[in-house]
Design a protein around this ligand. Sequence first.
Ligand SMILES: [Zn+2]
Length: 415
Amino acid sequence: MQFYFPDSQDQVDPSFDFITEQRSIHRVRQRDDRYAHEVIDPPPYDGLLISKPIVDGLPGTTAKYTEAQRSRLHRVGARRFFRLDHGATDLKIMGDCGAFTYVREHEPVYAVDEVLDYYEECGLDLGVAMDHLIFGYDATLDAKSASDVPADWRFRQGLTIELAAEFLRLHRVRRCRFEPMAVAHGWSPLSYAAAVTQLQNIGYSRIALGGMVPLKTPDILDSLKEVSVALDPAAQLHLLGVTRTAHVQDFAGFGVTSFDSTSPFRQAFMDEKDNYYTLDGSFVALRIPQVDGNTKLRRQVTAGLVDQRSARRLERECLRRLRSYDKDGTGVEATLDAMCEYAALLGTKKDRSTEYRRTLEAMPWKQCSCTVCREIGVEVIMFRGADRNRRRGFHNLAVFSKRLRRELDRADARS
Ligand SMILES: [Zn+2]
């Protein structure tokens, strides 16, 4: 089972000093900043997924790449761009068109030729044909007639298959080097299976299942079960955006050989509670926003809602007490008090003291052996600025990859 991590240029700066919060004046982002696969050893994923809209942007969405990065990616190719050309790591690079970004359009926004150009120029290992998301799932439609299925759903499924046919035809004509993958969309177990059958008939042996992110796990499993009946023994399935490690062995049993997800990384700073992963659970990270670096906080100060001097004092107090607690293990209450006082000054409505206490008492960062936790210790648990938050995301990726291996080993042991 291979795990692909969707890239959005979230790197960390190795020169960042956690005490002074200064960086090297000689830092050059493109040259010095590090990807998760350069920080965590072994790399926490089997491959990277780069989406065309993340690279190029689209009307209404902003690209995560600067113009300079984009042209560098095209010029040197993805392997060198991600510094995977040393031969030390065998990561694959997959490309897709980020169907989610144009889901509201009537049709996908790219021409098939343009997508092939992009995959070829970047020198990708795998390229996903353009697809169009179906937002809806209704298993009861399997017992009804075709005319009961919303016309837009049928249109999107059909269009995705047509585009996949054209993609494969041009892939052959142009003798492209990357391995082609198509996306099956559906609204029920049988409709997913029907799409997979059609894509196999066209000539695909690698097929991604799209639109499953919002589905409940039983619905995913029902659909996979039906798909697996139609699947050629040599064909392989990819789950787009689905992370449910507890079911990874079931997925594998139905022919799934890869999936991708940003969740482990993004939860580090997007989730309400599950910010710091452990093998069997997670902890909330301790929110100590930067008076000088946090946009929301700066706005509150400017508007006169927060007193800057008090904020600075409490911010420093939180950092001091937390670091001191990390050293000698005393002062949980004092640390908690400082954090609650700071949160109150900032007008935070949510009371996180119970969750904070749990994190403090367990000191999970002391038990983790990943590079991030070994190098920066207690700083990893602070919800504070990109340099800590992204490193916590890298830590989560490392733990996630261990969870995944563990689930797969359990499956092996049983079989
Ligand atoms: Zn760690």
